[in-house]
Design a protein around this ligand. Structure first.
Ligand code: SAM
Length: 344
């Protein structure tokens, strides 16, 4: 059934290939650009357990998505490793026909002890977020007094478990951690891990985003290239979000995710499922489509499949492109769902 449906495409002829599954809306970190403490404080109402999709529900949905052409799954959050027994979910997802790749994005806090079990369950790749090698900078960003060394241990554990190459995501915010770009590049050069710099995005309504806070990817590449010459690498597959570069001296690869200065809406093949079963067709979408309600009301696979198919074929999203074209100087224009609900 899966192969018969590979042509499902949206209004811009973009196929549905990737599903990002947020397994929880909770995180132990309070990164200032994602879940700032002033908003996600003690009284913040996170989703009660019964509103989260169960592993069985997630697997059922993932199977339906696979039948519509999805080949890659990425588990995210919140912090996905806060969801107990995540390796069991990975094992369930790994059995789905058509799924070729299961990846995880994590802050690394709980990864060191879980990497081996996740890999054994069928996880193929991991991306670890780390915004600086400087404890003072990193702790000021994560607001959880979490030390850099523990994240580096997690990266090493992931590599030791065979989840290679480990990708390391660094969100760059002007005036906050741009001084960490070169030390991070120096540290990961030659390590076999792939460091990726992400332009700070106006995701959600709570991070007080300003264009002036964005360090353009081109500047980041120029800064690194001035120390260690780099050259572009062809994308590994159509729609790859990171632009890839390699060090000319053989020191490995880096990437930049230029979602603000070079939006990649045209190649976006990603759908996002929130922990409570809302389907979003864009990271910047204001509203989602409820899949949990039909799931729990006893809908048949066929009906849910039709619902997803009609949502995807009607998809018009190109938020980042429009924003950049409209203003030249991007600014926030509408309320959006928080990234902490649907993952990066
Ligand atoms: N908790 C996990 C983690 O820390 O990787 C997964 C969820 S987190 C929302 C996924 C990714 O989104 C992380 O790499 C994070 O740095 C990135 N991210 C969050 N807010 C962002 C923003 N405003 N701009 C750019 N990237 C952001």
């Amino acid at each position: 059934m899966a192969t018969a449906e590979l042509t499902l495409a949206d209004t811009l002829a973009r196929p549905l290939r990737d599903l990002r599954i947020s397994v929880t809306d909770r995180c132990q970190f309070r990164c200032t650009y994602c879940m700032p403490r002033e908003v996600f404080g003690r009284d913040f109402a996170f989703l009660p357990r019964e509103q989260l999709l169960t592993f069985e529900e997630l697997t059922r949905l993932a199977r339906i998505f696979a039948s519509l052409g999805v080949r890659k799954l990425r588990l995210t959050g919140g912090e996905p490793l806060l969801r107990r027994d995540l390796d069991k979910l990975v094992a369930m997802l790994a059995c789905i026909d058509g799924i070729q790749d299961i990846a995880l994005t994590t802050n690394g806090a709980l990864l060191a002890n879980k990497a081996a079990a996740l890999a054994a369950a069928g996880l193929r790749r991991v991306t670890v977020s780390l915004d600086s090698l400087d404890d003072a900078v990193f702790m000021a960003l994560n607001y959880a007094k979490f030390p850099v060394a523990r994240v580096l241990e997690a990266v090493a554990a992931a590599a030791g478990a065979g989840l290679v190459p480990v990708k390391v995501n660094m969100v760059v915010r002007r005036g906050v951690n741009e001084q960490s770009i070169l030390p991070m590049a120096a540290h990961f050069r030659g390590s076999g891990h792939v460091l990726r710099f992400i332009e700070y995005m106006d995701v959600g309504t709570t991070n007080g985003w300003r264009l002036d806070d964005v360090v353009p990817a081109a500047d980041i590449i120029a800064m690194i290239g001035a120390h260690w010459p780099v050259e572009p690498v062809e994308p590994a597959y159509p729609g790859e979000v990171a632009s890839r570069y390699r060090y000319r001296d053989g020191g490995g690869e880096i990437g930049v995710i230029a979602s603000v200065t070079q939006p990649f809406c045209r190649g976006c093949t990603r759908a996002r499922l929130s922990a409570d079963g809302q389907l979003y067709t864009c990271l910047f979408a204001a509203t989602g489509h409820d899949l949990r309600e039909p799931l729990r009301a006893g809908a048949r696979d066929h009906d849910i499949r039709e619902q997803i198919s009609s949502i995807w074929t009607g998809r018009t999203d190109r938020y980042s492109e429009r924003r950049t074209r409209r203003t030249g100087r991007a600014r926030q224009v509408k309320p959006k769902v928080e990234m902490s609900r649907i993952g990066g």
